[in-house]
Design a protein around this ligand. Structure first.
Ligand code: SF4
Ligand code: SF4
Length: 198
C-alpha cells in the first residue's frame, strides 16, 4: 500500500514501522540528534547574550526581552494603574457621584465627597482612595464613570509594595499620573510607596 498524504503531512504506511533497524528501535540516534539541537540553541543564545552584555554593537542578545532595561510595547487596551483626570485648573474632573465605588466588585474604592467651590459643579472628592491590593483590574470603574474622570491608561504595572498599606493610592497620587505614550510606555514615574523608599 503506498504512503498517503494529508494536510498534516505524509501518513506512514503501517508496515514500515516493522522495518526499523535495531539502532532506530533504541532511539539512540534520535536522542543524540535532539541533544545536539538543544545544545546548538543553548550555546548560540548564550554567545549572543554574552556579546550583548559586553556591549558589542549590533548584538541583539538572546531572544528574551532584557526587562526592565527593555520593555515590550503594551497594547493601548491594556488596563494598567489608574489615574484621575484633571480639569484645566488642575482640579479633579471627578464629581464624586460614587458610581465607580458602587460598581466596583472588589469594594476597593473609597470616596468622601464635599461641596465644590464652583456652584456649577455639584461635588468634588475630598478623598479618593483605591486599594490596589484588592483591585481585580476589571475596568468597571472606568466604564461606569459618567465624567471620564478615571482611566487605566498609565501603562504602569510595577506598583508592588512591602505592605498592604502601601497598595492604597490616594487622590493626590492618582491625580499626578499621566497617560502612557503611544507605544504604551509610561510617561509618569512609577509611584514608589513609602515602605519601598529605603
Ligand atoms: S478596576 Fe475593577 S476592581 Fe479595580 S477599582 Fe476599578 S472597578 Fe474596582
Ligand atoms: S464614577 Fe467618575 S465621577 Fe463618579 S466618583 Fe467615580 S471617578 Fe468620580
Amino acid at each position: 500500500m503506498p504512503a498517503t498524504y494529508s494536510p498534516r503531512g505524509p501518513v506512514m504506511d503501517p508496515r514500515h514501522s516493522n522495518r526499523l533497524s535495531v539502532l532506530q528501535r533504541f532511539y539512540v540516534v534520535e536522542v543524540l540528534v535532539g541533544l545536539r539541537l538543544t545544545a546548538q540553541h543553548f550555546f548560540g543564545n548564550l554567545w549572543r547574550h554574552a556579546l550583548h552584555s559586553l556591549g558589542v554593537k549590533g548584538a541583539p542578545g538572546s531572544v528574551t526581552i532584557q526587562y526592565p532595561d527593555e520593555r515590550r510595547p503594551y497594547s493601548p487596551r491594556l488596563r494598567s494603574l489608574h489615574r484621575l483626570v484633571r480639569r484645566e485648573d488642575g482640579s479633579p474632573r471627578c464629581v464624586a457621584c460614587m458610581m465607580c465605588e458602587t460598581v466596583c466588585p472588589a469594594h476597593c474604592i473609597y470616596i468622601v465627597a464635599s461641596e465644590h467651590p464652583n456652584p456649577e459643579i455639584e461635588k468634588v472628592p475630598e478623598r479618593f482612595d483605591i486599594d490596589l491590593g484588592k483591585c481585580v483590574f476589571c475596568g468597571y470603574c472606568v466604564e461606569a464613570c459618567p465624567e471620564d474622570a478615571i482611566r487605566m491608561d498609565t501603562g504602569i504595572l510595577e506598583f508592588s509594595s512591602f505592605s498592604r498599606g502601601g497598595m492604597i493610592y490616594t487622590k493626590e497620587t492618582l491625580l499626578a499620573l499621566e497617560a502612557a505614550g503611544p507605544n504604551g510606555v509610561p510617561t509618569s514615574p512609577v509611584p514608589i510607596p513609602a515602605d519601598r523608599q529605603v
